[in-house]
Design a protein around this ligand. Structure first.
Ligand code: NI
Ligand code: MN
Length: 225
């Protein structure tokens, strides 16, 4: 499993030969101007919630690639009306796709479309594929519901928001790492704009002091599990 960071909360996940994009917000992120969204491959686009900084490039990429949008019922219905193939889910549900299984799990946040219309309830994803299991938290506060994840899934990586203000910050992400029983964390949702700028060295040191590994990728860089 290969995981590429496209800035903010945008990820590329390659499982075998299937390409999954998560929350593509690239064309609106000046820090990701070196990423060519025309060249991104996508068989699926997973969307955690309806906020602009998670859906901005969904329509363009889905229409170009024919990718299937996977999200909560309301977000899926929104993109279906635009003529995009969608797979609607809701909290607690798991579906087995050709690359592995996806469970839509709770997140504590809000979810409205840029025009203010209802975007369902926000979520995160637990993905099991290619004998690797990852948790993509989405925008969320620290929540006890995270403790439910390791009851069923032994995670190899937790992708957690760490930018604070709109989501968990670093200290709560350390607790989240305990809750999901995974010491290997990829941080996201930081540095994109002023409210969520973080001190990278301080963040890494705080994780290190709890015997955890926080990875912060440059935009465009990837890790392999
Ligand atoms: Ni959000
Ligand atoms: Mn966000």
């Amino acid at each position: 499993m290969k995981i590429t960071f496209y800035g903010h909360a945008s990820l590329g996940i390659q499982v075998n030969d299937v390409d999954i994009l998560v929350d593509p917000f690239i064309s609106g992120n000046p820090k990701a101007s070196h990423i060519n969204i025309e060249a991104l491959k996508a068989d699926y686009i997973l969307v955690t919630h309806a906020h602009q900084d998670h859906i901005l490039d969904v329509e363009a990429i889905a229409k170009r690639t024919g990718a299937v949008v996977v999200s909560n019922f309301e977000v899926a219905s929104h993109f279906e009306k635009l003529g995009i193939e969608c797979h609607p889910m809701n909290h607690g549900g798991t579906w087995r796709f050709d690359f592995g299984s996806v469970k839509y799990v709770n997140a504590i946040h809000t979810s409205s479309f840029p025009d203010g219309s209802y975007g369902g309830q926000p979520g995160g994803f637990v993905i099991e594929g290619e004998h690797k299991n990852i948790y993509i938290a989405g925008d969320t506060a620290l929540t006890f519901d995270m403790k439910l994840i390791p009851l069923q899934t032994k995670l190899d990586l937790a992708i957690l928001p760490i930018g604070d203000n709109f989501t968990m910050g670093i200290d709560d992400a350390i607790f989240a790492s305990d809750f999901v029983a995974c010491d290997k964390v990829l941080g996201y949702h930081f540095d994109t704009f002023g409210y969520i700028e973080i001190d990278h060295e301080l963040a890494k040191r705080k994780f290190f002091e709890k015997e955890k590994d926080l990875m912060l990728l440059e935009i465009g860089d990837f890790i392999e599990l």
